[in-house]
Design a protein around this ligand. Structure first.
Ligand SMILES: NC(=O)c1ccc[n+]([C@@H]2O[C@H](COP(=O)([O-])OP(=O)(O)OC[C@H]3O[C@@H](n4cnc5c(N)ncnc54)[C@H](O)[C@@H]3O)[C@@H](O)[C@H]2O)c1
Length: 386
């Protein structure tokens, strides 16, 4: 089987990611069966696709004929999983991040889909190998991890589980390329894969600084924005959702070690129901969903803008040591295309001397009592540059 055999794609779960993943496939001419558990969910996903494609037509980025084809023949919606899977060559799952739910869906898909059909998960962090264990076709199960919003973000992490075949991985990489995405080959199924794993290190650092009351969220965000970022780290946490941050951090704590876990102020915010933008309050107030006004005059002078990059480079070097990626360049590709960063952490890390990096990481590890910031063997040997 090769990429030309993929003609119909089923997307399971029509929420934020599922509708975007379906739209990307439709925009590149694939037939898509969009499935969700209730009519209202699948209809909402369909309407989001239609309105997004209409905007692209208005901007002249998509021909009107493709819009018409999507509406009239390429997109099929259903609440019957067997119907969604029946003629699919590739299924992409985007249901909530709950392992038991994903395993149940993959078990059902394994029974409903034809024998040749590839099954991919869009999980952000979880083990593809464990998800695949619910099927009798582990060679055909892999990860296809899109970034939000899927239509705009160019990265797709293509993840190899323990049983995934070379052929399946090749089709996954080719499928990413067909959609004009940047596919990054993730050689080993490891928590958070590349981009989310590398991002967890600065998330832990920032949360620790706020937890200790060293810098207030507004002062930190003002500083980071003054350095050119579109959003500060605390606002971004609110935007993503405190609950998502806590759940993801708990997953990292269980799989990689307790130091990756959530700071207690985040757990307390979750317990209070202060979940960020979606509830109107997190680190900041989000009145009517509007971005918080950050007082830029409050920018802190206590934060070194290189710290987040240092811990990211260190985390990236662990991915090489663990056999998840081959080169540091792939980490930059993932960070730039997954999050829209103008430049990757590795490129910045290469400008820092080996000794400054080692000293900086040891300082952070001592000050915040976190061994996850200690320089790796690779960094100690200067290998962060390669
Ligand atoms: N939101 C992000 O930024 C992001 C980015 C990358 C990956 N992801 C991952 O994508 C997946 C989906 O996340 P989301 O943000 O789209 O969530 P979401 O809550 O917006 O959408 C999930 C959808 O799945 C549906 N669903 C629930 N149970 C189902 C079932 N048994 N079968 C089919 N559909 C079912 C829900 O009705 C909902 O429409 C998660 O694994 C998440 O970790 C999310």
């Amino acid at each position: 089987m090769n990429i030309n055999d993929i003609k119909t794609v089923a997307v399971v779960g029509a929420g934020d990611m599922g509708h975007g993943i379906a739209e990307v496939a439709l925009l590149t001419g694939y037939r898509v069966n969009l499935y969700d558990i209730k009519d209202e969910f699948v209809e909402r996903g369909r309407d989001r696709i239609f309105s997004s494609v209409a905007k692209l037509v208005e901007k002249g980025r998509v021909p009107a004929e493709l819009d018409e084809a999507i509406r009239n023949k390429l997109l099929k919606t259903t609440t019957d999983l067997a119907e969604a899977a029946a003629d699919a060559d590739l299924v992409i799952e985007a249901v909530p991040e709950i392992m038991d739910l994903k395993k149940q869906v993959f078990g059902d898909l394994d029974k409903a889909a034809p024998a040749h059909t590839l099954l991919a998960s869009n999980t952000s962090t979880m083990s593809i190998t464990e998800i695949a264990s619910a099927t009798s076709r582990q060679d055909k199960v892999f990860g296809l991890h899109y970034f939000n919003p899927a239509v705009l973000m160019r990265l797709v992490e293509v993840i190899r589980a323990d049983g995934t075949s070379d052929e399946t991985m090749q089709i996954g990489m080719d499928y990413a390329a067909k959609q004009r995405k940047v596919g990054v080959y993730v050689k080993k199924d490891s928590p958070g894969f590349i981009a989310n794993r590398v991002n967890q290190a600065p998330a832990v650092l920032v949360a620790e600084i706020v937890e200790r009351g060293e810098i207030e969220p507004e002062a930190l965000d003002a500083f980071v924005r003054a350095m050119g970022a579109a959003m500060g780290p605390c606002e971004l946490t609110d935007y993503v959702g405190i609950d998502i941050m806590v759940n993801v951090s708990n997953y990292f704590a269980e799989t990689l070690g307790a130091e990756y876990g959530p700071a207690s102020h985040l757990v307390a915010m979750q317990a209070r129901g202060d979940l960020g933008k979606k509830t109107g309050k997190g680190y900041f107030e989000w009145i009517d969903g509007q971005r918080p006004a950050i007082d830029m005059t409050r920018a802190t002078s206590k934060f070194n803008f290189l710290w987040p990059y240092m811990v990211q480079v260190n985390e990236a070097s662990k991915l090489i040591q663990e056999g998840v990626v081959d080169t540091m360049n792939e980490v930059d590709l993932a960070m730039i295309n997954g999050f829209g960063a103008p430049v990757g952490p590795v490129t910045i890390g290469r400008q820092i001397s080996k000794w400054d990096l080692i000293d900086g990481l040891n300082f952070l590890a001592d000050r915040y009592e976190k061994d996850i910031f200690r320089p790796t063997h690779r960094v100690l040997a200067g290998g962060h540059k390669f």
